[in-house]
Design a protein around this ligand. Structure first.
Ligand code: S3P
Length: 432
């Protein structure tokens, strides 16, 4: 069976932001129309950018940019809903703009750490006032222009931190240099290059270095087709891997294949699934994309740690649920960042897997799952987290599992249509 998944969440939000800041009209297609994209689009509208309704079908959207200095202070607070990426990227944009704003979000977002971006942005000269005093939203932002240049050693491999600083350098006209311990996803660097900004990246001792040494006064409009989200495709591919050996192959078409995002495919192969990747994008495309096909094999446990972690950080819940159905032990380590996502994903996975009778050990920076082929039955919670809800949805669809999930609606932030696609794949399996 061949399917498509919604547009990439990371790229959609970056494309909307750069289109808003460009001189001229950008043409974007394939955008995600899920909750996180709506949150970022809504915040940009409140900042004075005219952004039409995001199309449901991925068709072209034209955005007239206001330029790097064109944002206005919003009348009301900016509500970023559930979107950590939208929030952290916009904090960077606002830091270098002549605006003041209060940024907030839903309960899950208000529990997430923000000082990882406000510390470097404050060093550049922006003002932040945490209204609860604890480094969590809501935060008052006083943008400043120009900002001071910054050379930031980020203690974590985070694309949100790196992108926030790059965007502050862009609106604040400041040179920015960032070193991260391992390379995180590089979408911002690629799209900045696409709109005419020189960004150089290279390995250095102790990590990965990104340099924007020549901040421009203006950026070109963006002409960009957003590929399907590799992290959303991962749910479908994981289902393919979980279907017994006689299960039919599943192909996800036109999905993003950025090398900083697809370590999950390597893990699927290591666990015993057969994975075939066909790159179909052209060499001029800012982001690579193509078709990925998975056919099930008997699954075996694996270890995920080290530099692989940032390249599949959002897929780790899926690795854990696949581990529950694999032969042997699956170990995830070096992934303490999982505790700062839409939920504490280590705690959420441990609690849900235990509720199903799976043996699991909690680590400070990961978890160890003992695979089993016993029937798995019970109720699990989504913890307000789209990826937790969908990962257990995938497990629930596999053989010998009777699993109740308390909240399925959270999937909408990144993958509208997930549950109906899952039903469709289930039905195709039973008629295969
Ligand atoms: C994202 C970066 C990752 C990822 C998130 C999206 C991005 O977060 O988990 O879903 O679009 O930059 P971190 O940067 O915190 O690792």
């Amino acid at each position: 069976m061949r399917v498509r998944v919604p547009g990439d969440k990371s790229l959609t939000q970056r494309a909307l932001i750069l289109a808003a800041l460009a001189d001229g009209e950008s043409r974007l297609s394939g955008l995600l129309h899920g909750g996180d994209a709506e949150s970022t689009a809504g915040a940009l509208r409140a900042l004075g950018v005219s952004i039409p309704t995001l199309p449901m079908d991925g068709s072209e959207l034209r955005i007239q940019g206001v330029g790097l200095r064109g944002l206005r202070s919003p009348v009301d607070g900016l509500d970023l809903g559930n979107s950590g990426t939208g929030t952290r990227l916009l904090l960077g944009v606002l830091a270098g703009s002549d605006v003041t704003a209060v940024v907030s979000g839903d309960d899950s977002l208000r529990a997430r750490p923000m000082t990882r971006v406000t510390d470097p942005l404050a060093k550049m000269g922006a003002g932040f006032d945490f209204l609860d005093g604890l480094g969590r939203l809501p935060v008052g932002v006083a943008g400043t222009h120009p900002l001071r240049s910054l050379d930031w050693p980020s203690p974590i491999a985070s694309a949100q931190v790196k992108s926030s600083i790059l965007l502050a350098g862009l609106t604040g006209g400041a040179i920015v240099l960032i070193t991260e311990p391992r390379q995180s996803r590089d979408h911002t660097e690629r799209l900045l290059t696409q709109v005419g900004v020189s960004v150089i990246s290279h390995t250095v001792e102790g990590g990965w270095r990104v340099e924007m040494r020549d901040p421009p006064r203006r950026i070109d409009p963006l002409d960009f087709a957003v590929p399907g989200d590799a992290s959303s495709a991962a749910f479908v591919l994981a289902l393919g891997a979980l279907r017994g050996e006689e299960g039919a192959a599943i192909t996800v078409e036109r999905v993003g294949l950025n090398p900083t995002r697809i370590a999950f495919l390597d893990v699927l192969e290591r666990m015993g699934a057969r994975v075939h990747v066909e790159l179909t994008s052209g060499s001029d495309d800012a982001e690579p994309w193509g078709d990925v096909t998975v056919t099930a094999g008997g699954l075996r446990g694996t270890t995920v740690s080290g530099s692989e972690v940032p390249r599949l950080i959002d897929e780790l819940p899926l690795v854990a649920v696949l581990g529950a159905r694999a032969d042997g032990v699956t170990r995830i380590a070096g992934a303490a960042e999982l505790r700062t996502k839409e939920s504490d994903r280590i705690a959420a996975l441990v609690s849900n897997l235990r509720a199903l009778g799976v043996e699991v050990e909690e680590l400070e920076d990961g978890l160890i799952v003992q695979g089993t082929d016993r029937p798995l039955t019970g109720s699990v919670q989504s913890f307000d987290d789209h990826r937790i809800s969908m990962a257990f949805g995938v497990l629930a669809s596999s053989t010998s599992c009777e699993i109740e999930i308390d909240d399925r609606s959270v999937a909408n932030v990144s993958f509208p249509g997930f549950w109906s696609l899952l039903d469709r794949l289930d039905r195709s399996e039973s008629t295969a």
